[in-house]
Design a protein. Sequence first.
Length: 302
Amino acid sequence: MAKQQLPLGPPSLDMERSFLPEAMAGLASVAVLDEQERRMLNQIRACSYVHLFDVFESAVGSVTRERASKDVEIRDVLWPLLRFDTFDHHELFVSFESAFASAFPVRPQRIPFPDDFALALAHVTPLSLLVLALHLKLVTQQHFLACVRGDENLEPHFVRLLREHWDIECGAPQTHRAVLDIQHALGEALPGRIPSALRDYRLLVFSCDEVLRRQTELDVATLEDVRGRPLSPEARSIVVASQIRAHRETFLTDGIVNAAFVYAMRSLGPTAPSMLAGVVAALRRGDSPRAPAGTQPALPRR
């Protein structure tokens, strides 16, 4: 697929507006920040949203290509992702990040490429990579269609970016076909491969959660930079906790509870819905459980 790039020329980004809808930002109840600080953190979160999608999609795409190049059987499983090179959106994201960095008063802090997440992707079963890819695609669709489309109060360039991202992932005929191909592949999965795929998808969700935690700390540090002074320890704890919850809802639980995702996962057998429910419950409690000892690769912590 040809790389897509969002034209971000004049007019410049409107920094008097929020970028993320409240359903994704989770800032309305954060009373320790004033209105201007909440708007600035909303904008910081929008930039990290784009960066995190770039990180997750680039990692999945890179590992998919690498693993498929080394094993014919793995290539057959991952064919729905390889067919259209469906996670090749780096230029789309970078163009927005550059425009944002030019418009925002300080340079946003962004997590570097997480080697431990890439290591997890390199060791999990190919079927679990398909599950995670479907999750990410449906999250993209849900965010634009359910949260952003029609909201005239949001920054229009950011809305346009999310519309293009959704169109690349799910809206265009060939990328919609990729979603259908993934769903079909899950429905045709051999029964013996399903338990390890469910286990490894669970592992990947909590690996993503660790990346989100790190980015949350950087988001709040960027807010402190633009304020010109640190938050009090109590206020910082409140803001970090609220934004970890918001990141989790945005990237993880929004995908897991998506109706199309739940329907596709039911094709993996009767244990899949209970596994999904358990993961959502753990995330909403604030847990980061790992798979039982001996069932996952040892991942380095940064």
